[in-house]
Design a protein around this ligand. Structure first.
Ligand SMILES: Cc1ncc(COP(=O)(O)O)c(C=O)c1O
Length: 464
């Protein structure tokens, strides 16, 4: 006789399950021990959740692993955790991170409005390191200088290009700065060298010509960030060692240099099969910096990180209900969701990102191969493969039954990319919008439909 295959069996036979964040009880899924079905009963679907304690757990885990590795390797430098605000600027996220006395990384002028409001609420101290990255328009540079003059003495603008330094003029006091190395991109990209940062070979000559004898600036930090993330692969280690080489060359002629910034890119779980070994990777990073510096006869630097996804990604989830089932041919069944994947999780559409996707209920039911359809009319609003397998399996739905589905670890970048409430990636405002009409042939009229978006409007959406 054919044995019924329950959804629970599929998961327990495919993965190590239950896991720390995911378990099943009485056919229902619990995420971080949260009774998701009760939450759905109270608030309905579609629904977006942020589980704040996860943010603190992540920060503490990274700190613990870096500090343990520093102690075990007898490493003579400190570790500093920065939160990269662009991954989620919401007040509740940044404030939760700041409970752990993190430093901040900024990416545009509006970040300084956040800083102002955090200061008013006494959530941040002026001793915090504020690392300022990005290609900077003058308003961003002005905000950096203003914050510096107002007492943020540990602000460190990281030069993205060779022209940036001059735009700071003469700061109120000599200022610490960093330089970002432009990494070589992974071969899969269309570009060879990252557009962000200064080319490897330009860094030492630039220091000698523009900074070494300049009384207004001290080069403290070398910034190195691999966009594809921290991974135990040849490409990462090659770029990492190139960056360390530049650090050591610079350190020999620049005694005030004392920090290496590894940027972001610490991975998070996008599959129940993920088994990234954080302890191993962090220990490798710390020990390799130490070995290289010792071989080169220079002191080990302090280590900064700017983890964005890692800090906030695993705190978020989005839940949908299945509105209906459509069989479009013999093999293609669609579960139509009561919300849009494109609108809520744009990385699915833009990057073919996979998230952990699981049913919230019906774990005791048979399962089948399905496609998930968002409710917009856009053909691209769908999800049909998980990270570990090129397909999606979910419990079957009988007439009159309700199935709920969660996408997990979705807390980073999705809100800014999808423009939640009117916010934008890196908090760059919507530009002014001009309506143009043609009164007579060749005679145009111009009307301002909207001025440039204000920081106040974004601060309100973000909860400041
Ligand atoms: C300079 C810099 N630091 C940190 C980050 C954060 O990266 P992640 O979210 O992968 O940790 C980014 C992301 O784009 C970045 O550009």
């Amino acid at each position: 006789m054919h044995k019924r295959q329950k959804y629970r069996d599929l998961i327990t036979q495919t993965f190590d399950f239950p896991q720390r964040d995911f378990k099943e009880e009485k056919n229902l899924l619990y995420w971080n021990d949260l009774p998701l079905m009760d939450i759905i009963a109270q608030y309905g679907t579609p629904l977006r959740l942020t589980y704040l304690p996860k943010i603190t757990q992540q920060i503490q885990k990274a700190r613990r692993l870096f500090n343990a590795s520093i102690a075990n390797n007898d490493y003579r430098g400190d570790y500093h955790y920065c939160y990269c605000t662009k991954s989620s600027h919401f007040s509740f996220v940044v404030e939760e991170a700041l409970k752990n006395k993190v430093n901040l990384e900024t990416s545009s002028a509006f970040d300084f409005e956040i800083l102002k409001r955090l200061e008013e609420k006494k959530k941040i101290k002026k001793e915090a390191y504020i690392i300022c990255n990005g290609f900077k328009p003058q308003n961003y540079i002005d905000k950096i200088l203003e914050a510096y003059a107002n007492g943020y003495k540990n602000i460190i603008p990281v030069l993205d290009n060779l022209d940036e330094l001059e735009r700071y003029g003469t700061p109120s006091e000599p200022m610490n700065i960093g330089i970002r190395i432009a990494a070589e991109e992974e071969p899969k990209y269309e570009f060879y060298t990252s557009r962000l940062g200064v080319r490897y070979n330009d860094i030492v000559p630039f220091y000698q010509q523009k900074i070494q004898d300049n009384p207004n600036f001290k080069l403290k930090m070398l910034h190195f960030f691999i966009d594809t993330g921290i991974k135990d692969v040849n490409y990462y280690w090659t770029e990492f060692h190139k960056a360390l080489g530049v650090y050591c060359d610079l350190k020999k002629i620049c005694p005030e240099l004392n920090t290496i910034n590894l940027g972001g890119g610490m991975p998070i779980k996008h599959s129940l099969a993920a088994d990234f070994d954080y302890e191993y990777m962090i220990n490798e990073i710390v020990s390799q910096i130490k070995i290289t510096c010792n071989n080169e006869g220079v002191d080990e630097p302090d280590i900064f990180t700017e983890f964005g996804s890692y800090t906030v990604g695993e705190s978020g989830c989005v839940i949908f209900g299945v509105l209906g089932v459509k069989n479009q041919n013999d093999r293609e069944t669609w579960y139509m969701l009561d919300g849009s994947l494109m609108n809520n999780l744009p990385d699915i559409w833009g990057l073919s990102q996979r998230f952990i996707m699981l049913p919230i209920n019906k774990w005791d039911d048979d399962y089948k191969h399905v496609n998930l359809g968002g409710i917009t009319c856009d053909v691209g609003d769908y999800y049909n493969s998980d990270a570990h397998i090129n397909q999606v399996y979910l419990p079957k739905i009988k007439q009159g039954e309700k199935l709920f589905i969660g996408f997990f670890n979705t807390g980073a970048y999705q809100d800014t990319l999808s423009g939640y409430g009117g916010i934008k990636h890196c908090l760059l405002p919507s530009p002014p919008h001009i309506l143009i009409d043609e009164k007579k042939r060749g005679e145009f009229t111009y009307k301002v439909f909207a001025e440039e978006q204000t920081s106040d409007s974004m601060m309100k959406i973000l909860g400041y």
